[in-house]
Design a protein. Structure first.
Length: 540
């Protein structure tokens, strides 16, 4: 290619063009205009256009240069070459260098290291090596920017130098079997066990709902009670297991109309069979609390710590738990069972604030509504309303005072014998870690809404999110041990700013890599997984 300035007779106009030579079908030399940059009327305009033409020509030459590596291998080749950096000087003419690509590498290097170490790179057998690579790339894309699979494929090409076809991603998802899902959960459990250095006995369990951008039900997608308030859209129920440190170890997917309290009958036998645990202390919120569930856990030889519904106790027990605001009290609550009640000023203030806010909103609606009875369907309002006759609805002061008696109180029920009351409460308070797992899944990893329709792809999507969550929590746990706590959002943001520029020498056709300056958070993350943060340019 070359730059041509074309003049016109009897005119000051000068056209600046990028032109290339080629041979026609008869092998005769010809020229064609590749790009017309503009027309200059003065020498100053001509100089600016020629400078711009040089810039554009360099870009076009870089685009037309045949790559030494397949595009999907460019990023991996650059990352692999970093491992072999030596101290030999590089002799290059900077004027001959052109940037061929700028690639985000922090996600693939750091999370990719965790992914491989946990064994997720071995989920597919060797005959399906490409499916295994696609799973890895899609998981990295989910961590970097959780969007649809179509958008993930575009992000991988644009930001990571990795080219996948959307069809190959869907084929990979269709090849995910129940055996692969089981292997992935075994990897997560093994990683948690290895990090903690001991047998896992205390497991936290919670359920959430994942809705679909669809209104059609099938054997898995069912309408049910939605925690996302999407009652008219099908959903699935996801039950997640984690350690007391917030490390995921397994999950189960249930039809959307499954009551979460009934999921125990599936989860408990699988826990005992899959993990071969000698002791299980099951920890869950009050949604799991029913006499049938507690009887089932004891029959299975499982110890438990579950939240108590204090306001649903008998009048006799309500009187006992509300008679004092002592910080910690314990009651015998049946055979080998304790009810432990705690009081917190902070929780009491929150309870009062929430209740007063609900009353304020209810009062406003009662004053404005022409049909006050319509408010009864709202549980938040119903519990403070009294209805008399056909139209008389008013705030029930008695219910308000009754609710106030429980301000600041929280209870747990347990059959664990070798923990004192404080230890039981401390263990239960770690349940926020699994709730944080759901927050990470729903917000940082955007596990829902789900845009897939077949049960197979729904399960594959959830597996991808589970692997991403496991990698994220695993890295967050390690960096907390070595340096300081970092949220998953902070980790991802810092790694998304670690980039490489791949430079091509148009004379020698060699390629060089220029790493970006690394931020302090990213430096800590690289050290956490024992990777070099060398920013010295190197040859590919």
């Amino acid at each position: 290619m070359f730059i041509r300035v074309k003049t016109s007779k009897n005119s000051p106009k000068q056209s600046v063009q990028i032109v290339e030579s080629y041979r026609n079908e008869k092998n005769q030399p010809r020229q064609r205009i590749v790009r017309h940059l503009g027309t200059a009327f003065t020498e100053e305009e001509l100089k600016r256009l020629k400078d711009f033409a040089e810039f554009e020509k360099a870009k076009l030459e870089a685009e037309k240069t045949p790559a030494l590596f397949k595009p999907e291998h460019l990023a991996e080749a650059a990352i692999d070459a970093r491992k072999n950096i030596d101290d030999k000087p590089l002799r290059v003419n900077l004027k001959n260098l052109r940037e061929q690509a700028r690639i985000t590498t922090g996600i693939h290097e750091v999370f990719g290291s965790i992914y491989n170490e946990l064994g997720f790179n071995n989920l597919f057998d060797r005959r399906k090596e490409s499916a295994g690579k696609n799973l890895r790339h899609i998981t990295m894309a989910r961590l970097a920017n959780p969007v649809s699979k179509r958008s993930s494929v575009q992000d991988l090409s644009k930001d990571f130098g990795i080219n996948l076809s959307l069809d190959s991603v869907y084929r990979m998802m269709d090849n995910i079997t129940d055996d692969i899902i089981s292997k992935a959960q075994n990897c997560a459990h093994g990683a948690a066990k290895g990090l903690l250095g001991e047998e896992i006995s205390l497991l936290f369990y919670d359920c959430t709902t994942l809705y679909f951008e669809s209104f059609t039900e099938d054997e898995l997608k069912k309408n049910g009670y939605s925690k996302d308030m999407k009652f008219n859209q099908p959903q699935v129920v996801l039950g997640l297991l984690s350690t007391s440190e917030g490390l995921p170890v397994g999950y189960e997917v249930f039809p959307g109309n499954q009551y979460e309290g009934h999921t125990l009958h599936t989860v408990i036998p699988k826990i005992k069979e899959k993990y071969n645990l000698k002791r299980v202390i099951f920890t869950a919120d009050s949604a799991m609390l029913s006499k049938a569930n507690l009887d089932y856990l004891e029959k299975q030889g499982v110890e438990y710590i579950v939240a108590a519904r204090l306001k649903s106790l008998t009048d006799k027990w309500k009187a006992k738990v509300t008679e004092s605001n002592a910080p910690l009290r314990s009651f015998d609550y049946g055979k080998d069972t304790r009810l432990i009640v705690t009081y917190s000023d902070k929780l009491a203030k929150k309870n009062k604030h929430d209740r007063d806010e609900a009353i304020r909103k209810l009062q406003e609606k009662l004053e404005k509504s022409s049909n006050p009875k319509s408010l009864i369907s709202n549980y938040g309002y119903k519990k403070f309303m009294r209805v008399t006759g056909d139209i008389d609805c008013r705030i029930d002061e008695e219910k308000y005072e009754e609710a106030a008696n429980f301000d600041g109180l929280h209870g747990v029920i347990t059959n664990v014998k070798d923990m004192d009351d404080s230890a039981v409460v401390d263990h239960y308070r770690q349940l926020w870690l699994i709730e944080e797992c759901f927050r990470i899944s729903k917000h940082d990893l955007k596990i829902r809404p789900i845009y897939h329709w077949t049960p197979k792809r729904i399960k594959a999507h959830i597996l991808i999110c589970f692997i991403a969550l496991t990698c994220a929590r695993n890295l967050a746990y390690r960096v907390r041990l070595r340096f300081e706590p970092m949220s998953v959002a902070r980790i991802v943001n810092s790694l998304n700013h670690v980039q490489l520029s791949i430079l091509w020498d148009k004379k020698t056709e060699c390629r060089y890599v220029l790493p970006s300056k690394i931020n302090e958070d990213a430096r800590k993350l690289y050290k956490t997984v024992n990777l070099s943060t060398n920013t010295t340019p190197y040859k590919m």
